[in-house]
Design a protein around this ligand. Sequence first.
Ligand code: ZN
Length: 246
Amino acid sequence: MKRLALAFDTNALQFLNEMFVGHYSVAFACRTERNKIPLWVLFVAVQFLDHIWATLVLLGIEKLRVIKGFTAGSMLDSYFHPYSHSLIMAAIWSVIAALVYKGVCGQHSRHYSKSAPLIIGVAVFSHWILDLVAHPRDLAIYDNQWKVGFGLWNYRDPEFALEIALLAGGIALYLIRNATPAIRKGAVGGFGLLLVIVQIGDTYVPRTALTDNATVTGVWIFYTLFVLIAFAVEKIGNRRNIDARW
Ligand SMILES: [Zn+2]
């Protein structure tokens, strides 16, 4: 029974083979006291393209093969994902996300500043740039043509080091640029540690390949979990903050 549970745990991390923790560094780095964008919204933004991708794979529109040993750091062969991950579509999704944020929050939200929609757009587009660094040549410029990718997934240790360095830098910027009560600083640090542990499991724990649908279902579940944690983290110490101001 124990062995079975362990097998499930390590397999559950398999989907995270996308360059992963690095994306969240952008979310932490973008959040400032001035732009007032909640961290959880930025967590959605930086993985927005993957949310679309996971949904389209589940619908059978985009295609994915999970191949053990495909690259040193990833088992994902995303051979057809033009609607979520081509350069042109990444740019279009970024504009759409920025406009949606402007439309939803622009009128009556306290979570709004003039620069916020642009920052949301940049956060969404950053996903493509980081994927470009990590992915093998599977990112199309347009439709399913002219594929690019620098392939850092082929170099496991440098890839892992880059992910952690990006995350640490993003969290440092978050702590510097936001008025954060001590208790929330601890929570942000703990959250960062959790992400590092997940990345260690993802990069170094050997696993068997899941099916494509199980993989993208995992993406949805875990990305949503991280969004919820980001939401909860920014609630910690809120009350005390308000009290201190009065
Ligand atoms: Zn991606």
